[in-house]
Design a protein around this ligand. Structure first.
Ligand SMILES: [Zn+2]
Length: 348
């Protein structure tokens, strides 16, 4: 009994000296742990004579509960003290304004691309996608542009060397980064039978870099094929498209041109939106701006995909999304689109 009293006194003395949570944990282990003083006392009850055990057991258990509740209240006290100390030492300035996270938005090129896609979808066109790393065959050959064709010069591109080809080898690669979205038209035609109409929007690549060219830019090409498709369908669809994008009053002009994969071919001009046709620096004094190319699909292209050229006709068109965005928002340098300057981008 004396020993138990002594244990209690020791505990009270020691607990009054505890100042940290860690110290309290050590105290708990010393008294209540597996080899702790109280635990040991309870274990040694069996050494006592049977009739004495209940008496000592009761006192020891009371001591155990006393120590447990003391430790618990000490712990709460220490925790709140430590929390207070932490708050004081961190010295938070609650008057500091929060950090502003500017809301993001779509890039102007993406906005115009979406507008173009939506306009054609509303006219019943499907959307077709294809690979940006393309076979020479789909990018050139199937579009009536054989290896020695001068049109290849205008569209010189990035060739991709397959890993199986030795780096020093001078063999020409037949894999390119597509120079236009026309290969998607070939792929799209191969899996369809006329009549159909679809557009192919996406990124294309050319070895060009100046105020109006970047090595990567976006194109939307489109194709409509059927049994009685004529040049007037081409005019109707493209005029409607231009009026949707630039406004219903915009003058539209069709001018003869040349593309290897269409015959006849045409460039489509709109009345200069900067000078309203009076002539300025942007339209080089002509009052007109070229916005897209189009034409009736060349029979050789239909032959390449196995269509009956006597039965089917169709028209195709293609446009540069950056150029249309520049005209729509009167931007004079294409490189601004890709410099990631938010002062420029947040204007749209
Ligand atoms: Zn002008």
């Amino acid at each position: 009994m004396k020993d138990i009293k002594k244990i209690k006194e020791d505990f009270i003395k020691e607990s009054s000296q505890v100042e940290t949570i860690q110290g309290l944990n050590e105290l708990r282990v010393r008294y209540l742990g597996k080899k702790g003083i109280v635990t040991d006392g309870l274990r040694r009850l069996s050494e006592l004579p049977r009739e004495e055990r209940p008496k000592f057991g009761k006192v020891l258990n009371e001591l155990k509960r006393f120590i447990e509740s003391e430790i618990k209240s000490l712990q709460q006290q220490l925790e709140s003290e430590e929390a207070k100390k932490r708050v004081l030492s961190e010295s938070i300035d609650i008057t500091l304004p929060g950090r502003y996270i500017p809301p993001g938005k779509r890039h102007p090129v993406t906005q115009v691309l979406d507008e173009i896609v939506n306009t054609f979808v509303s006219m019943g066109f499907e959307v077709e996608e294809g690979p940006e790393v393309e076979l020479d065959y789909y990018n050139f050959e199937a579009l009536n542009i054989p290896k020695d064709h001068p049109a290849r010069e205008m569209q010189d591109t990035f060739y991709v060397k397959p890993s199986s080809v030795d780096n020093d080898s001078t063999t020409e690669s037949d894999i390119v980064l597509r120079t236009h979205t026309s290969p998607v038209q070939i792929r799209g035609m191969k899996k369809r039978t006329p009549p159909f109409r679809f557009i192919a929007p996406g990124k294309v690549y050319r070895c060009d870099a100046d105020v109006s060219h970047t090595p990567m830019f976006h194109q939307v090409e489109g194709l409509m094929v059927g049994e009685n498709i004529t040049f007037s369908h081409l005019k109707g669809v493209l005029e409607l498209f231009i009026h949707c994008l630039f406004g219903p009053e915009t003058p539209v002009k069709f001018r003869p041109s040349y593309f290897p994969f269409t015959e006849p071919s045409t460039e489509v001009d709109i009345g200069c939106i900067l000078c309203s046709g009076e002539g300025c620096r942007v339209c080089k004094g002509t009052g007109w701006l070229e916005v897209l190319g189009a034409g009736m699909v060349h029979p050789k292209v239909f032959e390449a995909v196995g269509y009956d050229t006597e039965k089917y006709q169709g028209f195709a068109f293609g446009m540069g999304v950056e150029r249309l965005t520049m005209l729509k928002y009167k931007i004079d340098d294409i490189r601004l689109f890709f410099e990631n300057d938010v002062r420029f981008l947040r204007q749209f």
